[in-house]
Every structure is written in C-alpha cells, then in structure tokens.
Design a protein around this ligand. Structure first.
Ligand SMILES: NC(=O)C1=CN([C@@H]2O[C@H](COP(=O)(O)OP(=O)(O)OC[C@H]3O[C@@H](n4cnc5c(N)ncnc54)[C@H](O)[C@@H]3O)[C@@H](O)[C@H]2O)C=CC1
Ligand SMILES: O=C(O)[C@H]1O[C@H](OP(=O)(O)OP(=O)(O)OC[C@H]2O[C@@H](n3ccc(=O)[nH]c3=O)[C@H](O)[C@@H]2O)[C@H](O)[C@@H](O)[C@@H]1O
Length: 679
C-alpha cells in the first residue's frame, strides 16, 4: 500500500532548483551546517552563472568553478552495487572527476575481485579504456593540437625531436598539449560500511528484481537489497551525506529510505535524491558519456535543491548544463518506469503489426520505416523481432502495473499488461512458425540458435528471448539445439542454461543443448538456423543489384560503421577527458593501436592460477576475433540439411541473398517461403 504523500507534489522544477541559495535548515546536531558538500557556495555561484548565461560555455564555467571549489565540496563518492549500472556509472564519474575518490562496493567478493583485474565481470564497449585510466591511473603524455599528418601517429613522445628539427627548417610552430599524469581515483572493495561512512554522496545501484512470492509476487518490485543497503547507510553514513537512488525503484521509494534513516538517525536529516539511470546494455559507456538527459529528483525544499545541485556538480564535469533536468523526486522515480514501459510498448506495438503483415503481404520493415519518418512518431524502437528481453523492461512494466493496481487503476494496469502479453505471444508465434515449417516435428532434427544474449554487443543474458524460445523448442524433442553468440563465453551460457533449465538438458549430461564458440560448428548439419539477436555479424551483404527502397537504404542493408574523425584542433589547450577520449578513439582506429597516446599504466596482474588467464584465455581470444567478423552465409548454407531453412527472428538477413544460396527464409512481419497463408 502506498502511504499518503507527506511531501507536497510540486510541478517539475525550473532551473531555479539548482540555484536555490537559501540556507540549509539547522538540524538538532547541526549535521547540515557541518556537511562539507552543503557548504559548496562557489558551486552555487557557478550554477547561477550557468543558469543566467553568464558562463558562456556552461560546462567550462562549471568545470573551472569546481576546480577551485574542489568539485563543490564532493571529495568522496561511494557507489553500492558493482553490477551493470554501478560499475560503468562509477567508472565514468571517476574518469570525468579526477579529484573525486569513487569507491564501488559490493557484497559479492567475486565480482569485486573481477573489477580489479583485466577480466571485468561485464563486457561493455569502451569500458576498458575508461576503467584503465580511472582505476589504474595514467601516465603523463602529450600531442600536437592539430590533425595527424598522414601516416604519422604524432604523439609528443616521439614527435618532440621531429618538432625542433621541423621548426628549425620551416619555422612553423605547432601547439603542443601536455597532459599530466593521473593517480587512481576509482576503487573496488567489499568494505561496505567503511566506504559508506567516508562518502559525501552515496549512490545506491543494487538490483531491484521482480518479487517472486508473497504479496505482490510476480509483479511488485523486490526491494530487499535496497532495504539492506538503506539500513547500512542509515547506520554508517556521515552526517549530511547526499543519498542517491540510482536503481530503478517503485514510485515513493525515497519515502521508505527517509523512514529508515529517521529510525536509525532521529536527530539528523539526510537528503534522498532520485537519479535514475537510462543507459542501455551494449552502449552503456556512450550513454553515460553523452546522455540525452540526467534526471535529478529532489524534495522541494531548499535543502533538497541544494543536494540536487551537489549531485549536478558531479555530472556537470562532462554533461552540458541544459541536459541536467531537476524535478520532484516522485516524478523522477516514476519517469524511469514510464521511459522503459513506453520503449517496450513501442516494440509490442510494432510486433503486433508484424502479425498482420505476415497475413497480408505487408513488410514490417517497410511499415516501420514509413511511419518512423513522421517526426511525431520517430524511427527508434520500431524494430520488429522476437520481442524484448533484458533484465529491466519486463520488471519495470510489472512494477508500473502493480503501482496502478494498488492505486485502484485497473484499466491502466490492464493496458500495460498487454505490452507483456504481446511480447510473449510474439515469441510463441515465432516458435510455432519454426515447428510448422519443419513439418510439425523437430524429432531427429538439429536447430542452430544464433545469438543468446538479450541483444547484440553485450554478454548480458538476463531474460534472454533466445532462452525462452529454446525452452519452447525443447518441448518438441529436437535431436540437438546448438547455440552460438559472438559476445558470450560458452561456459557462461552453459552455466545459465544449467541454472534456468536444468543440468540434464546439456549435451555433456546426455541432453540435447550444446553451446559453441564457433558459428560454423553450431550451424553445421543443422535443419534450420534461428537468428535471435540483431548482431551485425549475422547480417548478409545486400545483393549488388539491389535498388534502394522507399527512397533510402533497403532495411536490411548494413549502415556503414561511423569512423571516428580527428577531433583536433581543440579550442583550448586544456582539453577535457571527453575530448582526449575522442582523440584516443580516433588514433586507435586510424592506426590500429590499442594505446596510441601511451597513457595507460600496466594493468593489475591477476592472481596466480587465475582461471580466466589459464583455461578460458584461448576461448576469449577466439571470441574477440569473432566479434567483428561477418558470417559467411554461403559456407553456412552449404553445410545445412536440405531443405535449408533460416528463421530470422530479427530481420537481419536479406531474403534475396539467401534465396540465391538456396535457403528458405522466414522473417518476422514478412510473408515467408510458402507465400501468404503458406506454412
Ligand atoms: N542493467 C541495466 O542495463 C540497467 C539497470 N538499471 C537498474 O539499476 C539497478 C541495478 O541493476 P544492475 O546493475 O543491472 O544489477 P546487477 O545485479 O548487475 O548488480 C547489482 C549489484 O548489487 C549488489 N548488491 C545487492 N545487494 C547488496 C548489498 N546489500 N550490499 C552491497 N551490494 C549489494 C549485487 O551483489 C550486485 O553485484 C536495477 O534497479 C536496475 O533496474 C537501470 C538502467 C539500466
Ligand atoms: O533500465 C534499463 O535497464 C534500460 O533498459 C533498456 O535498455 P536495454 O534493456 O539494455 O536494451 P534495449 O536496447 O532497450 O533493448 C531491450 C530489448 O528490446 C529489443 N528491441 C529493442 C529495440 C527495438 O526496436 N526492437 C527490439 O526488439 C532488444 O532486442 C532487447 O531485447 C533501455 O533502452 C534503457 O534506456 C534503460 O536504461
């Protein structure tokens, strides 16, 4: 049951929220007035400058002010939860704020140990470079502030002598930029209470899954982990520390946190902010470095606004001021659930239309393209497929449904439930189609599943649509289901299947599921290939004579990958970390060098007998190589059983190309091999 609101529900705050300069209320023990972070008056000046436009470049003005005010008084951040959100978020915060010590704590010692080595517990493109600088520190280095000369890396370490020679001959002067060394400012530990007790800001980034049993079971959010962390914070947080919900939580969770704090610390006041995370798996680092928006919800009091300003000061090191949006805490908590629900709703909407396409002759990619060109609709999240997976969409919709139910809004609950119903139906439709096309029986047949994670570019396998399909397919007793994913280590996939389906289904235990590190082995001799993720590696190249449809690229054609451009010359001779990162990316891509600026320190050595280094290393190398390699469909087709079938659950292969290889293709939202009303 929701409590009666004890905070007035204000409308979304204007910029003023961040620049409120009223004094903090005096608490019995004066915790606010002793809080270093709440005394960051220079920061307030900077924020006022930014809001009034006095600071020409808001980020520059804020950065400069924060340098002088020591990052608004924030010296120490603790992030509780070293998962997919906590790890990358803390890494980017530390990377962009070299003067703040960021400590990530987790109760799971294995996870913490992995974060300290080169074998990170998660795979995210770009994470490694950020982490190596924030966690390991970086060397002093330099470069010229002008685009590279052809064929030259132009880093100062090898250019200084050439410079003087060149200058003496042609008199040309080239600006040199020297970047000082950095000491490590990102740490990982299991010492939860100690780290909390030292922090000016505590981020809560623990898991908030769906409650499995009891009241609200199957719908409500399980806040057990959050409650445990809140208790730790209530006991150990230093007076005046700013507490931040980073986890996705039910609306009004801040009130529960406040309640716990009041019980344990009746004479002190803490501010609880909502700062939901919008990163997506596979693009987490880019999403964090260039966020569409940073939402900060606070209580509508001067102290709440001041706490929001403190957190904003940390983000302002790299996020433009206009993208930091403040609002009341309930709006902020709710907007995270709504954002995910709306994104998922678009997927279910387009998937519902895909079923109509299959029966009418429409092509779902063409429909999506044409409606997406209407700017009121937009072209994102209109990709039809076997439905959404991942750890969040389903649980967040369920949380919204539960909220609506508890508020007596049954029609609202029903509306959002339908998004989940269509999602499950879409997977079932796909599996039925496979079985129907294979003459209604899978007995004696081998099915190859390409893509196991819930989306490309991630090894996150939580709520994998592929696994849901595999479970249904197993009911029809195929001879073998072989699985390949370019981003997942086979042993991890095997462990997951073991945990979620049972030991007995794995081939090593006499079952019929085998996980391969090689796509060709997985597909060899198969009666059908099932594509489950939208991996670029699975795409076919378009036939050379294909003409663009609908005035643009045919939907299946691969967009060329963006090649980074040299970001130099920089406006200022003190470039930001983001600018240096852009340069590093450009040089790494242009010269195929891992550390073109030579700024990385050595990575920490693994403990002796590290199983990743020993046993799995060879597999990892194979996977790394496979990640960028496009599949040779001719080779796969050659080794398929006849008739050759490909069930394209993500519409990544070109029907014409596959047809020329003698393959029958069934795509989502497309008329299949048997024509309208076919199999
Ligand atoms: N995974 C994603 O892409 C996104 C997730 N979110 C939200 O962020 C939150 C975290 O999600 P993930 O990082 O994916 O979860 P995760 O399961 O990967 O990580 C959570 C971590 O919290 C730790 N933890 C749990 N209780 C603890 C305690 N009492 N003390 C210390 N550590 C504790 C766990 O050991 C685990 O390592 C969730 O609320 C999720 O909905 C939000 C945006 C994106
Ligand atoms: O709260 C979260 O956890 C995150 O959930 C999603 O991110 P994520 O689940 O990592 O990945 P998405 O890119 O959103 O994809 C989710 C699923 O939808 C599917 N999808 C996505 C887009 C589309 O057009 N069609 C489609 O079927 C994907 O294949 C995938 O299975 C949101 O995009 C993030 O903003 C949010 O922070």
């Amino acid at each position: 049951m929701l409590r009666h609101p004890s905070f007035p529900a204000s409308t979304v705050d204007s910029e003023d929220s961040l620049v409120d300069i009223s004094t903090a209320p005096t608490t019995p023990d004066g915790s606010f007035s002793f809080s270093p972070v709440l005394q960051a008056l220079k920061l307030q000046d900077a924020l006022e400058d930014a809001a009034s436009g006095r600071g020409k470049q808001s980020s520059t003005s804020l950065n400069a002010a924060m340098q002088s005010s020591n990052n608004g008084g924030v010296k120490n951040i603790c992030c509780v939860g070293a998962g997919y959100v906590g790890g990358p978020t803390a890494a980017v915060m530390a990377f962009q704020n070299p003067h703040i010590k960021v400590t990530v704590v987790d109760r799971d010692p294995k996870r913490i140990a992995q974060w300290k080595t080169k074998h990170l517990p998660i795979f995210e493109p770009g994470l490694d470079s950020i982490l190596r600088i924030a966690r390991d520190g970086s060397k002093q280095f330099g470069f010229y502030n002008e685009p590279s000369r052809p064929g030259s890396l132009d880093s100062m370490s090898n250019a200084s002598s050439a410079e003087s020679e060149c200058e003496s001959q042609c008199g040309e002067h080239r600006d040199e930029i020297s970047i000082p060394a950095r000491t490590p400012n990102l740490f990982f530990t299991t010492e939860v209470s100690k780290s909390i007790s030292e922090a000016d800001i505590v981020l809560i980034a623990v898991n908030t899954p769906t409650k499995m049993r009891g009241i609200g079971g199957g719908r409500a959010t399980d806040v057990t982990a959050l409650e445990a962390v809140t208790r730790e914070i209530a006991i150990h947080a230093k007076p005046g520390a700013v507490l931040v919900e980073k986890s996705t939580v039910p609306c009004r969770t801040a009130e529960i946190i406040q309640d716990t704090l009041r019980v344990h610390r009746p004479h002190q006041t803490f501010e609880v902010l909502s700062n939901p995370e919008f990163l997506a798996a596979g693009t987490a680092i880019n999403d964090l470095l260039v966020p569409d928006r940073v939402i900060i919800g606070s209580s509508p009091t001067p102290a709440g606004h001041r706490a929001a300003a403190i957190l904003a000061s940390v983000y302002a090191a790299w996020v433009p001021r206009e993208r930091i949006v403040t609002m009341n805490v309930w709006s902020s908590e709710l907007s995270k659930l709504v954002a995910n629900s709306m994104l998922a709703q678009r997927i279910s909407s387009i998937n519902s239309i895909s079923a109509i396409c299959e029966k009418t002759g429409g092509d779902i990619d063409e429909v999506a393209k044409s409606i997406g060109m209407d700017p009121r609709i937009g072209d994102k999240f209109l990709k039809s497929g076997i439905g959404f997976g991942g750890s969040c969409f389903r649980k967040d919709i369920l949380s919204l449904v539960y909220l609506a139910e508890t508020l007596g809004l049954d029609e609202v609950a029903e509306y959002w439930t339908q998004v989940l119903t269509v999602n499950e139906w879409q997977r079932t439709r796909f599996v039925r189609r496979v079985v129907r096309c294979l003459n209604g029986t899978l007995v004696g047949k081998k099915l190859a599943v390409l893509g196991y994670a819930f989306k490309p570019s991630t090894d996150d396998t939580r709520e994998s649509p592929a696994l849901e399909c595999i479970k249904m397919l197993l009911e029809d007793c195929p001879r073998e289901i072989s699985v390949f994913d370019p981003y997942c280590e086979p042993s991890v996939v095997r462990d997951e299947i073991r945990k979620l389906v049972g030991d007995h289904v794995l081939k090593e235990n006499g079952g019929n599921i085998e996980v391969y590190a090689d796509a060709y082995q997985a597909c060899s001799d198969a009666h059908a290939v099932l594509i489950m993720t939208e991996c670029d590696q699975f795409r076919t190249s378009p036939p050379s004579n294909s003409s663009p449809k609908l005035g643009g690229l045919p939907p299946k054609q691969v967009k060329p990958k963006k090649t980074p451009v040299d970001p130099r010359p920089f406006q200022r001779l003190e470039p930001t970390e983001s600018e240096i990162l852009a340069l590093q990316k450009y040089l790494a891509s242009a010269y195929s060098v891992q550390d073109p600026l030579q700024r990385f320190e050595n990575e920490p050595a693994c403990e002796e007998g590290c199983e990743k280094c020993e046993g799995e290393m060879s597999k990892t190398v194979v996977l790394d190589e496979k990640r960028d390699e496009r599949l040779d469909w001719a080779k796969i087709a050659y080794h398929l059983q006849k008739p050759r079938w490909v069930f394209d659950g993500r519409n990544v292969v070109d029907g014409e190309v596959m047809h020329s290889l003698g393959v029958r293709v069934e795509g989502i939202g497309k008329v299949g091999w048997g024509g309208i009303g076919g199999r």
